[in-house]
Design a protein around this ligand. Structure first.
Ligand SMILES: Nc1nc2c(c(=O)[nH]1)N[C@H]1C(S)=C(S)[C@@H](COP(=O)(O)O)O[C@H]1N2
Ligand SMILES: [Mo]
Length: 229
């Protein structure tokens, strides 16, 4: 190769090579990193945190201050209202239902979020297949052992990540987080997930729940920062 050719090649190749080297170094630095290894501010840029939320360590406890004790021998779950097949499950009957495992993020209206929570439980879709809501059903009301209630449209409950869960990261769901069984609705703010769930009622009309009648949004969509009504 004559020197003048090399010179002209150098002139046009050099910037590309620098760019490639930079990308290679970036790829090397990021290799093997899961989302958990990415700093919170980068996650924000990756659009994993809804607006106004921050990532928190651990799992804060938020409720009305009462943590009901429900021995498994006394625990029941009633699924009623406008359905073809009402059920009242004991703990063994609940465990007989097909189970799923799901990983999701958790967004509390008080601005904290947690990522990659691993849950085991019975999917809401499984419940729908057992009780078969009547055609006029449009809303669902959840009631809990501490007197709490929360409401959702049927289609929000029918999302595949909505679960009645009894574990968190492979451990039994702690009592303070709603054990033995709570609801999680990852696409809504956390108050839409009833801890210590006791009854699920299918209805034609909407019944605002505990926080919904106290100024919280009825819809509770984290990505729209839809916090208060
Ligand atoms: N039964 C019951 N469920 C409840 C509540 C409650 O007070 N009672 N609080 C809600 C609110 S406001 C939030 S933010 C989440 C908090 O769940 P955590 O305590 O497991 O973080 O539970 C929701 N579910
Ligand atoms: Mo909350």
């Amino acid at each position: 190769m004559v020197r003048s050719d090399l010179g002209s090649l150098e002139g046009c190749m050099e910037p590309n090579e620098r760019l490639i080297a930079k990308k290679e170094a970036w790829a090397e630095a990021k290799r093997g990193l899961t989302e958990e290894g990415v700093p919170p501010d980068l996650r924000t840029r990756h659009n994993r945190l809804p607006p106004g939320q921050h990532l928190t360590k651990g799992w804060p406890v938020l409720d009305l201050g009462v943590h009901p004790t429900i021995p498994l021998t006394d625990w029941t779950l009633a699924i009623c209202g406008l359905v073809e097949q009402k059920v009242l499950w004991s703990w063994p009957q609940f465990l007989e239902q097909p189970h799923v495992r799901s990983t999701s993020d958790f967004h509390c209206v008080t601005t904290w979020s947690t990522f990659d929570n691993r849950w085991d439980g019975v999917s809401f879709r499984q419940i729908l297949s057992v009780v078969r809501p009547l055609p006029q059903v449009r809303f669902v009301l959840f009631s809990s052992y501490d007197g709490y209630t929360t409401n959702l449209p049927l289609e929000a409950c029918a999302e595949e990540d909505v679960l009645l869960t009894y574990t968190w990261n492979d451990q039994p769901l702690p009592k303070e987080h709603g054990g033995p069984v709570r609801v999680i609705v990852p696409k809504r703010y956390a108050w839409k997930g009833a801890k210590w769930v006791k009854a699920i009622t299918f209805a034609e009309h909407d019944t605002p729940g505990f926080w919904e009648i106290r100024g919280y949004s009825n819809t509770a969509l984290p990505w729209e920062e839809d916090r208060y009504g």
